[in-house]
Design a binder for this molecule. Structure first.
Ligand code: GLY
Length: 610
């Protein structure tokens, strides 16, 4: 059980009473249809690496977009067999566990938004800290945080996995096909093998810590320590067996018995052991995964995203909202890139949003929203006030604001690296849609693999989601950091699964999201602006060069912006760093002709549909 602590906020004039509301949605009964999944392993043509132009995909009835062609195909075959968008998302996730193990899987957590034609439902499968975790979790004997890298690669960083239980809950509300059938593609591929992709090979080759895990070393490397080559037929018998059991027995097969025991044993056997217990895992499914989606107006649109513990939707709506209060530059987008004037406004708005994120956003079961409502951070008057801080030149870095004149007594969290993750967008034949972002956090998570107690080769990777909590519990002045480690707490996230609607008609317009750590927020914002401000289609919007700011120097995608733009930003006082910004955006939008999907040219994703 988590406890809601009434942590101190001070109204600048007086103390305020804070309330938290939880709206429970009642899902629809699964509809009855003639169904049956007959899975066929598709052709696996060799994929290219690096930036690969993608065409964009026009379909008329349904579309599935995921980070790997085999995962996309699994969702496609599930919808062909009569499945819903949520059914397809489950099949996609199970295949991603196998074929994109670096990014997400059953050892991690996820946020899912589902549109059923009437309501947006939000399901929170975020990992939780063990009951025995406390604010000293990542501190050494002198009370200092251990090195971040050591924290990631440890048993300490593993949160109790949430993906399976959350998907089971969502399936009970939105599923059409039987749960067990959704596992057929992943079980088949795990048994018969799949071709290692260039991206997986490259990441395995560059990875050191994974080789230290005996199960992972045997699965992903040969006897000389060489990464399995591109095209190698990789089988994962342990994962096939675990998924077979989960297909048959649901949560019980993962959250009790051999799998739960194996997770704990692996975490505790690490040289930096964690303190998760079997009881922590047993307890995870006993919660309500339903939360309330956050929907906010922006221009003619209603943008729906995930509430805290995600910081994604709030930051995106703050940035877009702040920019609405600024005089729009004469040109915002020219010759395939945003202009320097537009970038200046965006990057400054980003600093303001990230300052607030580091002050306020944490698990709402532990931390009150400022003024009792997270909407206070997106309130138009507040954003208007924040916009006044943006001038002609860069502000350097921003301080957090005081929404509704509330002064937070929390300390400011320092930025910590976070990466990895995968995004799934789906629209089914009924026009229902899913936007799901899913993660084991860092590339290959905490680099600990469990075979689920099967004794078979292979298994699944565990997450390092707890390093999304602040390693330091207090700031230099001794103020508690909102996102510090506490028992059973969910780490703050940047994941930004987003559904977009026409504000007037309520019609569904698009599903979008991305991996990329804190840059998820910027990648997703870019796609929204690209589609609904710059008039680009989903693929063109995804292709736009990436740009980010985390309340400091600005990061531009390397070799994608002209010298003129970089010089103009520097002249305004921006500190510019150019580097790869490997977004993994997936988007599906409704067009007058049907559906149009885009997948990021920087990764291996594709869209399929009919
Ligand atoms: N670990 C990625 C995120 O939740 O933002």
């Amino acid at each position: 059980m988590t406890t809601l602590f009434h942590l101190p906020y001070v109204k600048i004039a007086s103390t305020v009473t804070l309330l938290t509301s939880l709206v429970l949605f009642i899902g629809c009964e699964p509809s009855e249809r003639e169904t049956g999944v007959t899975y066929t392993i598709p052709e696996q043509p060799e994929m290219a690496t690096g930036y690969t132009e993608k065409p964009g995909w026009a379909t008329s009835e349904f579309a599935v977009a995921a980070a790997n062609p085999l995962a996309t195909d699994a969702g496609y075959q599930i919808i062909k067999a009569g499945g819903s968008a949520v059914d397809a998302a489950i099949a996609v996730q199970m295949v991603l566990t196998l074929v994109e193990p670096q990014s997400s899987g059953i050892g991690g957590g996820a946020f899912l938004l589902a549109w059923d034609g009437a309501d947006v439902h939000a399901y929170n499968g975020r990992e939780t800290a063990p009951a025995a975790a406390d604010e000293n979790h990542f501190l050494d004997e002198d009370g200092n945080p251990i090195p971040f890298r050591d924290a990631v690669r440890s048993g300490l960083s593993a949160g109790v996995p949430g993906t399976i239980a959350m998907l089971k809950h969502a399936h009970e509300r939105h599923g059409i096909l039987p749960w067990a059938e959704l596992f057929t593609p992943a079980i088949t591929l795990a048994e018969e093998g799949f071709n290692v992709s260039p991206r997986l090979h490259g990441l395995l080759a560059g990875e050191e810590a994974l080789r230290e895990d005996d199960i992972a070393a045997q699965l992903y490397y040969d006897e000389n320590g060489e990464a399995r080559p591109i095209g190698y037929n990789l089988q994962n018998p342990a994962l096939a067996e675990i998924l077979r059991q989960v297909a048959l027995r649901g949560n019980e097969a993962f959250y009790t018995g051999a799998v739960a025991e194996s997770i704990v044993e692996r975490i505790r056997a690490h040289e930096r052991p964690g303190n998760m217990t079997v009881e922590d895992i047993n307890n995870y499914p006993n919660q309500d995964f339903t939360t309330e989606a956050m929907c906010n107006e922006w221009r003619a649109y209603r943008i729906c995203g995930f509430p805290p513990p995600s910081s994604g939707h709030i930051a995106i709506m703050q940035m877009l909202g702040i920019m609405e209060h600024l005089e729009a530059p004469q040109a915002g987008f020219e010759d395939g890139t945003p202009t320097a004037e537009w970038l200046h406004q965006y990057l400054e708005a980003a600093k303001l949003a990230f300052a607030d994120r580091n002050q306020y956003i944490a698990d709402p079961n532990f931390v009150e929203a400022p003024a009792g409502d997270w909407q206070s951070l997106m309130n138009s008057d507040y954003l208007a006030e924040r916009s006044l801080l943006i001038g002609e030149n860069s502000m350097g870095s921003a301080e957090p604001g005081n929404p509704e004149d509330v002064l937070s007594l929390f300390g400011l969290m320092q930025e910590q690296p976070d990466k990895g993750t995968s995004h799934i967008s789906i629209v089914d034949r009924d026009g229902n849609s899913v936007s799901m972002t899913t993660t084991i956090e860092s590339g290959f998570g905490n680099r600990i693999m469990s075979d689920g107690g099967t004794g078979l080769p292979g298994g699944f990777l565990l997450n390092n989601e707890l390093t999304d909590l602040s390693l330091r519990p207090y700031d230099d002045d001794g103020n508690p950091i909102a996102n510090r480690v506490e028992p059973n707490k969910r780490p703050r996230s940047s994941m930004s699964p987003t559904l977009i609607f026409d504000n007037e008609s309520g019609d569904f317009l698009a599903s979008v999201g991305s991996p990329g750590g804190a840059a998820i927020i910027h990648y997703t914002a870019k796609a929204i602006v690209g589609m609904y401000d710059w008039g680009l289609n989903a693929q063109e919007a995804i292709n736009v060069p990436n740009f980010s700011n985390f309340n400091g120097p600005s990061v531009l995608e390397e070799d994608r912006f002209s010298d003129d733009i970089i010089r103009a930003l520097e002249a305004m006082g921006h500190e510019i760093t150019e580097r790869a910004q490997t977004s993994g955006l997936q988007a599906i939008q409704v067009t007058p002709e049907g559906l149009f999907g885009g997948a990021d040219p920087r990764r291996e994703g594709v869209v399929m549909g009919e």
